[in-house]
Design a protein around this ligand. Structure first.
Ligand code: FNR
Length: 403
């Protein structure tokens, strides 16, 4: 009886134009209502997944509480995290009928290199916090599904091992410290390992207030020191890319970094340079002016600052400022093929996913990441077919509208 009353109440909410929103601003759809009444289902194997959220549920179930908090957290009250997802709801798709889509291809070119899919693996640090095989599992999955991988410099595995597992060069993401020698040593090492692109992340220069992480950590009864140690530099010792740099935790301060840093990078490395964490037209223009090879729109998956603006909402400003001079990559909140299609239609050349593949990693290791990538590639191919776009180049602004 109580269940029936709840169902009727939720149906009333869904039917009401005023009350059809949850506190988080989510519109109830009829289908969501029905599945809300099903008991939570945990898939037993990657093959059972219907969408990538099946991996999210398993990841939450199997991860240590604080590690799940590290993955899930936004900043402050998660304003930007929520805004990232809400931004997709304001864009609708415009299917063009009767186009021959018997051969849909995800092949595209990024920074002069042909790639099999415009979906990239965003740099996510410390992947052994999610699975014992860490970034190696992600690399093998990326190899199997043909997706380009960006390796964080706070990875649990070294770039040499990851490139070997991936079977081709990955891109190298850099958080510099306040010591130029640290960056220089790492750049040289990445280049020697075969990386052709460095991604400089510029959105964490002044720290971030990760409240949700703190809440999950507080709820975790494990002894974190057993793995993490107690010394201030113990965490750096677990990061292979810092070995040989002489760096200590106290150097981890990027608040003095300015646009001059790009010039320094340019003089030091022959790798192509991508700037990650750009959300304004002004900064996009500065990237191009200072010689960046690509602009990467990102708010760090809502983990940098509480701007309250979704990354997809930032994309048009950046596209206009860049004006076709360099490619644009975007991430933050991408969960489905339709999300990826929308960004490509708005002018992005490629889209990265972060948490999506880490849910797969945490849930099932390499086969989990593989299935997540396979599903996202397949979902994108399906929506391209539905919209009448056989190739990535065919996707254009005519395929989307603003609600
Ligand atoms: C990240 N991200 C990140 N970015 C970066 O440049 N270097 C890094 O080491 C990390 N580490 C990291 C850890 C974890 C647990 C998460 C969730 C994210 C940010 C990442 O590259 C990307 O910008 C976001 O994950 C994209 O948002 P979604 O796809 O997670 O919503």
């Amino acid at each position: 009886m109580a269940t029936l009353a709840r169902r009727q109440f939720l149906r009333f909410l869904a039917a009401s134009p005023l009350l059809g929103y949850t506190a988080a601003g989510r519109l109830f759809a009829e289908e969501t209502l029905d599945s809300m009444n099903l008991p939570e289902h945990l898939i037993q194997s990657p093959a059972d997944a219907l969408d990538i959220f099946d991996f999210h549920r398993v990841a939450k179930h199997v991860l240590p509480t604080s590690h799940y908090g590290y993955l899930a957290t936004g900043t402050d009250g998660n304003e930007t995290l929520i805004a990232n997802r809400e931004a997709f709801e304001r864009i609708y798709l415009r299917p063009m009928r009767m186009v021959d889509t018997s051969n849909v291809s995800l092949d595209t070119v990024l920074l002069g290199k042909p790639i099999d899919s415009p979906i990239l693996l965003a740099p996510v640090g410390s992947q052994k916090a999610f699975h014992a095989e860490g970034e190696l599992a992600s690399a093998r999955a990326a190899r199997a599904q043909g997706n380009l991988q960006i390796l964080s410099n706070v990875s649990s595995n070294s770039i040499e091992d990851v490139i070997e597992a991936r079977g081709e060069p990955v891109w190298f993401q850099l958080y510099p410290t306040n010591k130029w020698s640290t960056a220089k040593t790492m750049l040289q090492r990445a280049e020697d390992a075969g990386a052709e692109v460095v991604v400089l992340t510029v959105d964490l220069n002044s720290g971030s207030n990760r409240v949700l992480l703190g809440q999950y950590a507080r709820a975790d009864e494990r002894d974190c020191n057993a793995c993490h140690g107690t010394g201030p530099d113990d965490w750096l010792a677990t990061k292979p890319m810092y070995s040989g740099t002489g760096s200590v935790s106290a150097d981890w301060d990027m608040s003095g970094m300015t646009w001059d840093y790009l010039g320094r990078l340019r003089e030091t490395t022959s790798m192509k340079i991508v700037i990650k964490g750009v959300v304004t037209a002004e900064d996009a223009a500065s990237c191009v002016q200072h010689g960046a090879d690509a602009v990467y729109v990102s708010n760090h998956g809502g983990r940098a600052e509480a701007s309250g603006r979704g990354a997809l909402d930032d994309l048009p400003d950046v596209v206009a400022a860049v004006d076709g001079r360099v490619p644009i990559i975007v991430d933050s909140g991408f969960r489905r093929g339709t999300d990826i299609f929308k960004a490509l239609a708005m002018g992005a050349s490629a889209v990265s996913v972060g948490r999506a593949y880490i849910w797969g990693l945490a849930a099932f290791g390499q086969p989990g990441v593989e299935k997540v990538l396979e599903m996202l590639n397949a979902e994108l191919a399906m929506v391209m077919g539905q919209m009448g776009a056989s190739s990535v180049a065919d996707i254009g602004p005519e395929h989307i509208g603003l609600k």
